[in-house]
Ligand binder design. Structure first.
Ligand code: IMP
Length: 192
């Protein structure tokens, strides 16, 4: 089985990636590949963050690898928080980030938003970049205890509950990250 380093130590992401790529690859975490820290994300776009992370770990390990980066883009805020999603309020505290988002949307006519995940990879000498998205709206207030991050305020299109209220199986079948991983798996089947 071929090995692929995923530039993360997040157990949930590793499990999700392994499940989708299991036919062709064993997915290794950064720790498995011998890296202690994670690279800070300092680029102006989600795509550049994913590419920079992937190239850094590819050059450092010499192993085929991929990296992801995710952002929440809200139409009425001109795509913000976008690349600042993880630390929108100045900290990584999800409650503070959602509070700021809801207050910035007070009185907004549209609450349309999307989560987008970019995966950048180097496999068999080929660079791959794919993007998965899920559209929805930002709720008026937080609801639900499931998931993480902005899940309590994101209502995916076609539903009337937030990602934090919906069963995780429903979220995981349609999420931005799942869609990016599925596209990545199709690209891998094409080239490997
Ligand atoms: P990352 O690039 O996967 O670390 O994601 C950046 C930030 O986006 C996280 O810190 C979360 O705030 C948010 N985020 C990513 N994925 C999700 C999700 O599935 N639900 C809610 N928030 C998410």
């Amino acid at each position: 089985m071929k090995q692929l380093v995923f530039a993360t130590n997040n157990a949930h992401k590793l499990e999700e990636a392994q499940a989708i790529l299991s036919e062709q690859f064993t997915v290794l975490s950064l720790k498995d590949a011998g890296f202690l820290g994670e690279l800070p994300e300092t680029n102006p776009t989600i795509r550049e963050n994913a590419l920079q992370k992937m190239r850094f770990y590819f050059e450092a390990s010499g192993k085929d690898c991929f990296a992801d980066d995710t952002g929440l883009e809200v139409e009425a805020l001109n795509g913000k928080p976008g690349v600042d999603t993880a630390h929108y309020s100045g900290s990584r505290d999800a409650a503070a980030n959602m509070k700021l988002l809801l207050s910035n949307l007070e009185g907004a006519v549209s609450r349309r938003a999307r989560f987008v995940t970019v995966i950048a990879a180097m496999v068999d000498g080929q660079e791959i970049v794919v993007e998965g998205e899920v559209w929805g709206t930002i709720a008026q207030k937080n609801s639900g205890d499931g998931g993480f991050g902005y899940d309590p305020v994101f209502i995916p299109e076609g539903y009337d509950q937030t990602f934090a209220e919906l069963p995780s199986s429903v979220k995981n079948a349609m999420s931005h990250r799942a869609r990016a991983l599925q596209l990545f798996a199709s690209e891998l089947q094409r080239i490997v």
